[in-house]
Design a binder for this molecule. Structure first.
Ligand SMILES: [Zn+2]
Length: 175
């Protein structure tokens, strides 16, 4: 099985490992298809925070994206982490690939501080060394590490809210 750039297995569009995460944020409900279990949980947890604290996810356009089987843009063979359902794009049209400065310095600082909670399991595209991808957040750890961090967040207020809106996912994370 092919793997995406972060080493997670790429998934077919009809894979039972994919789950449409229901994210009930401050601005409303957003549904984003990602890997089920710990990877999707961590990204959805981060998205839920983002919605309350950085920008509204529910706006005039639907531009919050998850799973997509495709190469990294500009490359022919390296599979994007979207291919394994372990990446998420938030407010994509407001933060186009390659554009810098679409978030204020305060927002960037808030995002970086927030990522400490996820203990290195989530990398932000706004921190890429080369081409910035500020809409993009991805899992940057192996499954065992992601599971450990996810389990530690199950009973946080946002964790509980997410699991309530996504019945069955607690069992997947604990399996
Ligand atoms: Zn992306």
């Amino acid at each position: 099985m092919a793997t995406s750039q972060n080493g997670w297995p790429a998934l077919a569009a009809d894979s039972t490992l994919l789950h449409t995460w229901v994210i009930q944020g401050k601005s409303g409900t957003t549904r984003i298809r990602m890997r089920g279990g710990s990877a999707g949980f961590l990204l959805a947890h981060c998205a839920l925070w983002f919605d309350g604290k950085v920008e509204d996810l529910v706006e005039h356009v639907l531009d919050d994206w998850g799973y997509a089987y495709r190469p990294v843009r500009g490359y022919e063979t390296t599979l994007s982490n979207h291919s394994s359902g372990t990446a998420i794009d938030l407010n994509a049209t407001d933060h186009p690939l390659g554009a810098a400065g679409t978030f204020t310095p305060a927002e960037c600082a808030a995002i970086r501080q927030r990522l400490n909670l996820y203990k290195g399991t989530i990398r932000w595209g706004g921190d890429y060394q080369g081409r910035k991808d500020s809409m993009h957040f991805e899992i940057d750890a192996p499954l065992a590490v992601a599971e450990k961090v996810a389990r530690g967040l199950l009973d946080t207020p946002r964790g509980k809210r997410l699991l309530k809106a996504n019945p069955g996912q607690r069992a997947v994370i604990l399996s």
